[in-house]
Design a binder for this molecule. Structure first.
Ligand SMILES: Cc1cc2nc3c(=O)[nH]c(=O)nc-3n(C[C@H](O)[C@H](O)[C@H](O)COP(=O)(O)OP(=O)(O)OC[C@H]3O[C@@H](n4cnc5c(N)ncnc54)[C@H](O)[C@@H]3O)c2cc1C
Length: 496
């Protein structure tokens, strides 16, 4: 079918989703001489990476990164790509004293990577961190579902697993934050110890997750979305914005499966050959693409937004129902100056179990689309904070002004009363975005990873999966998205 409103085009590969994973897949395929079309639901590329602005009371617009921004040293594929694309990075400001707020609400200053907790709590935290380091090493990031103790570790919640090894609640709260509210953005009783071990293994170790100087090391000048914007420039007119894919025709139904007695039409319930090229047709709002393979580069919680024709095999249909997004609000507060630095503070604050459990100096550097000067830091100071899982729900239920005051006051617990007076304030609301529906990323419910993980990046017929949420190294991060995009492209190049 061809019509002027929705033309049909032919390409070697159709890529669904123009986040870093989809764009990297298309970029790799195009460099290898394949023709591609990238269909993106939104009117922009970048997915969960997003350069934004917020208007200040000073009459200026201030640059913010609404989505993903930091790169850590283990994220080597992203680091190489950033260089390849001619982009620059800058380090996070981290000089001075950090703040810890204990469960009683008392504020403590500290330096180094050890929280100023009681010696006994410190010992318990070390014990839990060592334990998680060894579990992460045991299961690895590549196939955690195949580990000998996979089913056992997947049957206990992260919270209960930690509680099996200590009864020090402060130690449990402080250690669980590194995976629960800090990464998967789900309460620690809702996901398994295996899922937590995958998170740690994907970052190199649990100790790396604990070390904020490691995990939140660098940012891209001009914002992380620049990676996607630059990849999209290379792809030019092969990227179609405002084109949500509604339907994917991907296989020929097997006539032997039809059941006239029960009025069941033919489908693929007896299985398909996976990872082989074959005709696919992706129907989007603006264009229809005929291709030989599809890269499905959307987060797994959105697979069900597409009508697969015929329906996907039963194990995929079941597995996808056990993968869900976390929920976190990224808080941006811009100030006349980075006032905390004048007080010798780094801007870093921690408090396991608190409304805002992490705060960092997020002052911009260099040129960005809201302004800035190359080679110079912004004179305005920016703080970033995070409100996770059940706290995020509680905050969204409040009227806007009350929400703002509650969040700022929780940040002021770390950095003092001046925190209450930002010149600009913005909350990233990825859960309200139709084409994301949560933040930061997806994970399995209890028991899901050991049961269905093996399916997540195995192709289904000519459909190849690519997303940070199914990555090994760089799991849930832009690095993982880039790796998965490249891996899907390579698999297609090698496929029959
Ligand atoms: C608030 C926040 C903070 C984060 N912080 C960090 C960080 O500091 N460092 C880091 O490395 N990572 C961070 N992340 C995670 C990081 O942004 C993601 O891991 C990364 O963007 C995933 O890339 P992706 O291409 O796999 O998926 P996405 O970025 O989600 O891209 C998927 C794309 O598919 C599109 N799409 C969906 N459905 C359809 C459809 N039916 N048809 C067509 N298009 C469709 C979407 O619009 C989207 O553009 C953060 C994420 C959030 C939300």
């Amino acid at each position: 079918m061809t019509n002027a409103q929705n033309p049909t085009i032919d390409r070697d590969v159709v890529v669904i989703g123009a986040g870093p994973a989809g764009l990297m897949a298309a970029y790799t395929l195009k460099k290898a001489g394949k023709s591609v079309a990238v269909l993106e639901a939104r009117e922009r590329v970048g997915g969960r990476t997003w350069n934004g602005k917020v208007a200040g009371t000073d009459g200026k617009e201030h640059f913010i990164e609404i989505g993903g921004q930091w790169i850590s040293p283990d994220q080597t594929r992203l680091t190489e790509l950033v260089e390849e694309l001619g982009l620059n990075t800058f380090p996070r400001y981290r000089e001075g004293t950090s703040i810890y707020v204990d469960p009683e609400g008392n504020r403590h200053e500290y330096t180094g990577d050890r929280l100023p907790v009681k010696e006994s709590t410190n010992k318990e935290m070390d014990k839990l961190i060592d334990l998680m380091n060894s579990v992460a090493e045991e299961v690895g990031a590549t196939e955690p579902w195949a580990a000998e103790r996979a089913a056992e570790l997947d049957s206990i919640s992260f919270k209960d697993f930690l509680a099996q090894h200590t009864d020090d609640q402060e130690a449990i709260d402080n250690v669980s934050i590194y995976v629960a509210s800090g990464m998967l953005t789900k309460p620690a009783h809702t996901f398994s110890a295996l899922q937590a071990a995958l998170m740690a293994a994907s970052a190199g170790s649990f100790s790396n997750l604990v070390d904020e100087d490691f995990i939140l090391d660098k940012r891209v000048e001009g914002g992380m979305q620049s990676v996607s914007l630059t990849l999209a420039e290379h792809l030019g007119e092969d990227v179609f914005l405002g084109s949500p894919v509604r339907e994917l025709e991907w296989a020929t139904p097997d006539p032997s499966t039809a059941d006239e007695l029960n009025k069941i039409a033919a489908d693929v319930r007896n299985g398909v050959e996976n990872g082989v090229l074959g005709p696919v047709t992706a129907v989007s709002d603006k264009v229809t693409v005929n291709a030989k393979a599809a890269v499905l580069a959307v987060p797994p919680n959105l697979y069900n937004r597409i009508q697969f024709v015929p329906p996907l095999p039963r194990e995929q249909q079941v597995a996808h129902q056990h993968i869900s997004m976390g929920l976190v609000i990224k808080v941006h507060a811009v100030y006349e100056t980075p006032f905390w630095r004048e007080e010798g503070l780094s801007g870093t604050g921690f408090g396991g179990g608190r409304l805002v459990q992490e705060v960092y100096d997020n002052t911009n550097y260099g040129k960005n689309f809201a302004g800035g000067t190359s080679g110079e830091e912004d004179t305005n100071g920016t703080l970033v904070g995070f409100v996770s899982d059940v706290y995020a729900e509680e905050m969204w239920a409040l009227p806007a002004e009350e929400r703002k005051q509650r969040i700022l006051s929780a940040m002021a617990d770390y950095l003092g009363p001046k925190t209450m007076e930002p010149i600009a304030f913005y909350l990233s609301d990825m859960a309200a975005e139709e084409w994301t529906r949560g933040a930061y990323a997806t994970s399995y419910d209890l028991g899901g990873l050991s049961r269905w993980g093996h399916l997540q990046n195995q192709p289904t017929g000519p459909i190849f999966y690519a997303c940070s949420d199914i990555a090994a190294e760089g799991y849930q991060h832009v690095d993982g998205a880039v790796r998965m995009g490249e891996a899907a492209a390579r698999a297609i190049l090698e496929a029959r």
